[in-house]
Design a protein around this ligand. Structure first.
Ligand SMILES: N[C@@H](CCC(=O)N[C@@H](CS)C(=O)NCC(=O)O)C(=O)O
Length: 270
């Protein structure tokens, strides 16, 4: 029996939900509540020592790290294959999975926290409570120290995250051209698409899709195609998008065009 500990809005959880849906696997839903910090409780830290979601339980075996979970599901359930059969193509796909974990996954946290409702949660907390929760985080203390609890990230930090997201967009565009689409690795929808879709969808939902709208129509087309797959419709459960959780502050596609316009203006000046 497969069980998933996850949050609706967690991009790393959506990534795993996408593959579970593509592979048509049954799984038991074990939704944690991030605002109640279920992921930092002693019982959960025994399953996932990093204190983050997702964690997949295969009976009583915990599997964590979203990319490791994708590989585990592919190794174990072989009726369908989302890793490409050609060894070279598989190596290229894996290189992209590593890129996604190292660069855009952390970068997308910056605008998610700044514009996506999380800052409001921290502002409402006392300094003591915030500090004690940061201390409990086994993996992310430095990240939580990198912003001001009340004002969030500096403009420079936000624009640095846009640099990384732009680099990701460029790399995806190159893959779409090189492998001739319609998916990142060519004709087959693969783990590469599933790994990055939740991040690009998040950037769009925050209103920052201006980062690719004009220069990279290929990404807009890829995104629509990916969002319309039955697995996406199934995996984007209510609350997956921050515009659903915080409709008063997250405006959806195009709503932060002031930020993206300023970003491009500053780029022209340097
Ligand atoms: N590298 C990990 C990252 C997991 C991660 O950062 N999860 C976020 C949600 S997407 C989380 O649990 N955040 C809780 C927190 O920051 O306290 C993975 O891919 O599974």
């Amino acid at each position: 029996m497969l069980t998933l500990y996850h949050f609706p809005q967690s991009t790393c959880s959506i990534k795993v939900r996408l593959l579970l849906a593509e592979k048509k696997l049954d799984w038991q839903d074990n939704m944690l509540v991030s605002s109640e910090h279920h992921h930092l409780t002693d019982w959960y830290l025994k399953l996932n020592p990093n204190g983050v979601v997702p964690t997949l339980m295969d009976d009583d075996l915990p599997v964590f790290e979203s990319t490791a979970i994708l590989e585990y599901l592919e190794d174990k359930y072989t009726d369908t294959n989302f890793r490409l059969s050609n060894s070279y193509m598989r190596s290229q796909m894996r290189a992209f999975l590593i890129f996604v974990d190292v660069w855009p996954t952390p970068a997308v946290r910056t605008p998610s926290f700044q514009f996506g409702g999380l800052l409001r949660k921290f502002t409402a907390m006392t300094d003591e409570k915030f500090k004690s929760l940061v201390k409990k985080r086994p993996l992310k203390a430095e990240f939580y120290h990198s912003f001001d609890k009340n004002t969030g990230f500096s403009d420079a930090q936000i624009f640095t995250s846009f640099d990384v997201i732009s680099r990701t967009i460029k790399r995806m565009d190159e893959m779409l051209q090189k492998f001739e689409g319609p998916w990142l690795m060519g004709a087959e929808y693969s783990l590469a698409d599933m790994a990055v879709l939740p991040l690009i969808d998040r950037i769009q939902d925050l209103g920052l899709d201006g980062l690719w709208q004009d220069a990279y129509p290929s990404i807009s087309h890829w995104l629509i195609r990916a969002q319309q797959r039955p697995s996406s419709l199934k995996s984007y459960i209510i609350g997956s998008r921050l515009s659903e959780q915080f409709p008063d502050i997250v405006g959806g596609a195009g709503s932060l065009s002031d930020w993206t316009d300023t970003y491009f203006e500053r780029k022209l000046q340097v």
